[in-house]
Design a protein around this ligand. Sequence first.
Ligand code: MOS
Length: 751
Amino acid sequence: MSVIEQLHVGRPTSRVDGRLKVTGKAQYAAEYSTNGMLYGYIVSSTIAAGHISSMDLTAARRMPGVVEIFTHENRGKAAWLDRKWRDDVAPPGHPFRPLHSDRILFDGQPVALVVAETFEAARDAASLIAIAYEADPHCTELARKRNEAYVPPEKRSGIPPPPDPRGAAEQAYADAPVKISRDYRINPEHHNPMEMFGSTCVYEQGGKLTIYDKTQGSQNAQGYVTSVFGLSGDDVRVVNHYVGGAFGSGLRPQHQLFFAVMASLELERSVRVTMTRKQMFHIGYRPDNYQTVSLAADRDGRLQSIMHDAVAATSHYEDYQEAVVNWSGLMYHCDNVKLTYQLAKLNTATPCDMRAPGAAIGVTAMECALDELAYELGIDPLEMRRINFAQKDENTNKEFTSKALMECYRAGAAAFGWERRAQQPRAMRDGRQLVGWGVSTGIWDAFLQKAQASATLKQDGTLEVATAASDIGTGTWTILTQIGADAFGLPLEDVQARIGDSSLPMSPVEGGSWTAASNGSAVQAACDALKQSLFKLATKMANSPLADASFDDVALEGRRIFRKDDPARGLAISEIMHAAGLSELTEQGKVSPSLIQMMNYISYTHSAVFAEVQVDEDLGVVRVTRVVCAAAAGRILNPKTARSQILGGVVMGIGMALHEEGMTDHRLGKIMNANFAEYHIPAHADVEDIEVIFVDEQDDKVSPIGVKGLGEIGIVGTAAAVANAIFHATGKRVRDFPITIDKILTAPPLS
Ligand code: MOS
């Protein structure tokens, strides 16, 4: 904790990169240019399984401006061993290797790269390539593969498998007086960040590469490139200063990175490759899933048994895994719990993390089921959640470092006006609209990851803080600037953050909501070390006014270090640097989770989500008129950017509840709505009033700076709160997401 009053941390602070973004000066990966740059266009397969029997490139090669066409027959040199293609966050299996062979593994698989002097020439030539395929039988329909579901033999690093069963869940279920067992499904969702994937690979003399890549991890991308192409780390620098949203799609390197680098190395030219919006639907996605939740309670609403079984899609070549059912064993107190999670292989690309992977779908099913049980019992759904409050993580028997969830329930309910809710469904109206109120709990991990940072004082007393973090829209630029500013008592303008560059101090990918806690703590540590160094230099100066001071006696402000009890006695930073003959002074900082603490404690972010819907029963139209999300996320560094994270998460949750659905024609194995006209994400008209509340939560164990992270919690529980509100409005329970008009119109009425 800073020795002086915190000026910036905790204040609603506008993005330091906001002006650059709104004036178009912030450059994204595909906006970098260099002389003589070439453009690559990816050709996608039109079948889901089989192989390429022939490719006719004649017409394409004749297109003016075409420089080269790469296929599996002339792909550039790349690693043979498939473990060389594994990135930091790859699931178990065999990573996809573009143009490795004639085999087709999924619809939309890249099968060629056309490289030309202009983007238009590359695109036109791509349309002239004639490809003949031999199709194999395929299956893209999870319902047909459920009977082949399996427990993944190798677990994905960082993803806990379901805990062992505890108690006797089946017996307790059989014995309990009140119970429900329901099937849920959340249809696949596709990644649609505003910025599509792009890489600009700048080829320098001697083969050094500077790669501007849309990624959530510059060092993960760099590691992938050096490993796949056998290059030295010194020869590859990956830059991702600005990232136009990612939500998990940019955790793993995407195809365009491989293509830009491969073409660049082969042609010894700079190359830019971008994906189309349609191609964004052929990369990883939130997997299709079927879930069954069985809950039983005593007549007072106390849970006696929880069983949650999930089957989720993966590809034929990797076992993608996420924690879907685990949450059901730790959100509420229950002695009898049985959770299972299985995969089934489809002829699709490997699914990938998407905002709150696992929890977003698993908690949705659990929280809808709990709502259904509350109605069976005649207990208020919010009360139901309070009755079953868990004091510790019963999956692991660990204490929570903090859990201000009760306060989320209280503050959220108060802001929402929950006490005015009619208990019965179909009891609230606004004109001819049915009105419903629903609630859900949200939960997400509060991770601390290993991270490093540096802090540098310049001779003029300004500060630079650096770490290879990414800002995927989350506000990382801003919070790191705030932390640096407070450490040295500087205005924000005197602090320059440096992120988004693989050459900066080590950082994990920006994911899992861990960046603020991890990189923020590393920056804090670097600043603390730098202050110590500066202080030592100050005390050593001839006739130093701080000679007899201890570190705790001094403060920093106005580019000076001075005695707190006598601010006139001090030194300008520039004087100290000058006396020491330094043009700048740098220190490093790092953070890593404490193993001793991890044995005893576990950390989660919690929320209570309240939703109001209005349903036009004649038309089946649902409007989400109000959402209140009360979150407990430890210390809030910047209430403004933090609020934006929750808003975005809630909007995405509304999308899960009502809109987003990848639709595949299973006869063809092809996604049919790979565009924004037919794949609906919430637009402004779909989003009305959202209120965000951060409840006070002091946590000195979760991370050195007391931060938990907020990138994902906003989506968790939102879809369930909306679905529960729709039931409350209509008496209709739709368990197949998204809850579209047709489902509302055809759902059986309240029985
Ligand atoms: Mo997140 S799905 O870890 O970017």
